[in-house]
Design a protein around this ligand. Structure first.
Ligand code: PMP
Length: 482
């Protein structure tokens, strides 16, 4: 077992695994799809071969982009990596920088790219529709929105057959909460601590991580104990956590609520799967209190979890409202809310309108995404490759003391890093540092969790076993050097 060194010492004492100038220039001279990354003394492994060479890049330099970004974009936007990465091309599970260097994408634009970057069938569907009609609004008829709504409804159980299209996950959750409030006539909503549901007025209230909550009015949401199987007080006992929702309703509301919203696997919160038995118990409590159950499938939907198409299916529940975004469009800005005809009807009380929601370009792309997921059996692939990857990551835990937990399902996996396994002290600085090192070796992963100490692994669903092997090899190597 390896000893965990305190963050400062780690950073100052370690020899960084930055590729030498010479090896970098060798790499950029290689065919644009570099396949082998080696470090002087140790890491020798091949990124799986890939037969694609992006066109040469002649755009502005990384420095110039960074300068413009600093001058003209909000100071609130941040970037990964000490030396930010300029990505100019993407193909399936790979990304390319301005020098044509290839990276294995294990983050998928935050669990968004499901079919693969620039999947030709998705691109064709978008381009062909854009050439005919890009935008008209739902005030006119067009087949694209109707076709996609029909296909999407066919993927959902029971009476969940009415679709509203939005532009983002935030908008979808805002609408879901509105629907719940209108349908029930109640106001209070219960969400989970450590959840992320968006950043507009209502959804910032539902989000329960202080680093995403500004000090503005956010009323009517109560945050229940998180059924967190790693850090939660009841471990994996779902029904015990569910009791807290009963108490919140009894003591914190008039006894009735508008609804409950939860992700089946918290994404931003650090790939936390809700404890088994939690959702069935809470759904029953919420319905007794007159409320609706909302499943936020923005990250866990669209086959990502492998075992099921939707995250809620893994818990054996059927929600009243399902919200989605990210994977729905493989990268095009689209979101959706699906509910029952009866609930959907409440919006007829006033005008509800969204200028871009369901526009032909996005819905044509969305339909192509669904077809590709089915045709290329991406759910099965997420299951097979995801299970394999999880097993390999779990075996790394036996070797590296810094790994506190490996969790998730399919291609939605998390690796939580701690300085001390007993105390579970978040290894925040080490996480950022290791991510940087992995990038230098050509592997891009995400980061999350309330303490910023969880690797988020959410690649495109076309990720292969060989990609998983490369990722694990790189992670093992950089951890060994700590
Ligand atoms: N719900 C979940 C579970 C999310 O992860 C996110 C985005 N990270 C959102 C909602 C909000 O989606 P968007 O950023 O598209 O508004």
């Amino acid at each position: 077992m390896q000893r965990i060194i305190k963050p400062k010492a780690v950073l100052s004492r370690r020899k960084p695994i930055i590729l030498s100038r010479q090896s970098l220039s060798t790499l950029s001279q290689q065919s644009h799809s570099s396949t082998s990354i080696q470090e002087n003394d140790a890491f020798v492994s091949q990124m799986p071969p890939f037969d694609y060479t992006p066109p040469p890049y002649s755009g502005p330099s990384t420095e110039e982009i960074l300068r413009k970004r600093q001058q003209y974009l909000s100071p609130a936007i941040c970037h990964f990596y000490k030396k930010p990465l300029n990505l100019v091309d993407g193909k399936m599970q790979y990304l390319f920088d301005e020098k044509g260097r290839r990276y294995l994408d294990a983050f998928g634009g935050i669990a968004t790219v499901c079919c693969g970057h620039c999947h030709p069938e998705v691109v064709d569907a978008i381009v062909n529709q854009t050439k005919r009609l890009q935008h008209s609004t739902v005030l006119y008829l067009n087949h694209a929105i109707a076709d996609f709504a029909e296909a999407l409804a066919s993927k959902l159980p029971g009476d969940l057959k009415v679709v509203f299209f939005t532009n983002s996950g935030t908008e979808a959750n805002e609408l879901a909460m509105l629907l719940a409030r209108l349908y029930t006539g109640y106001h209070d909503i219960i969400s989970l601590r450590n959840s992320y549901h968006g950043n507009a007025a209502g959804t910032m209230g539902a989000t329960a991580q202080s680093n995403y909550k500004f000090n503005v009015m956010q009323t009517g949401v109560h945050h229940a104990l998180n059924p967190d199987q790693y850090r939660g007080i009841f471990g994996s006992d779902g029904p015990k956590y569910a009791k807290d929702v009963e108490d919140l309703i009894t003591y914190g509301t008039c006894g009735c609520v508008a609804g409950f919203i939860a992700e089946a696997i918290q994404g931003v919160g650090g790939i936390l799967e809700l404890a088994p038995g939690y959702l069935p118990a809470v759904y029953s409590t919420i319905r007794k209190a007159g409320g609706l159950c909302i499943a936020d499938e923005v990250q866990s939907g669209f086959a990502r979890i492998g075992s099921h198409f939707w995250g809620f299916e893994g818990h054996g529940v059927v929600p009243d409202i399902v919200t989605m975004a990210k994977g729905i469009g493989n990268g095009i800005p689209i979101g959706a809310v699906v509910t029952t005809p009866e609930i959907a009807n409440v919006l007829t009380r006033r005008n509800y309108f969204n200028t871009f929601g369901g526009n032909p370009m996005c819905t044509a792309g969305g339909l192509a995404v669904l077809r590709v997921i089915e045709k290329e059996k991406l759910q099965q692939n997420a299951f097979t490759v995801g299970s394999y990857l999880k097993e390999r990551l779990t075996s790394l835990k036996g070797k590296h003391e810094i790994i506190g937990d490996v969790r998730g399902r399919g291609l939605m996996l998390g690796v939580e890093l701690v300085q001390d396994r007993e105390l579970k002290t978040p290894a925040k600085v080490e996480t950022a540092h290791l991510m940087d090192e992995m990038k230098e070796l050509g592997v891009l992963i995400g980061k999350g969790g309330f303490f910023g100490n969880v690797f988020r692994i959410t690649p495109p669903l076309c990720f292969k076993k060989e990609d998983a092997d490369y990722l694990v090899g790189v992670m093992d190597f950089v951890m060994s050097k700590m």
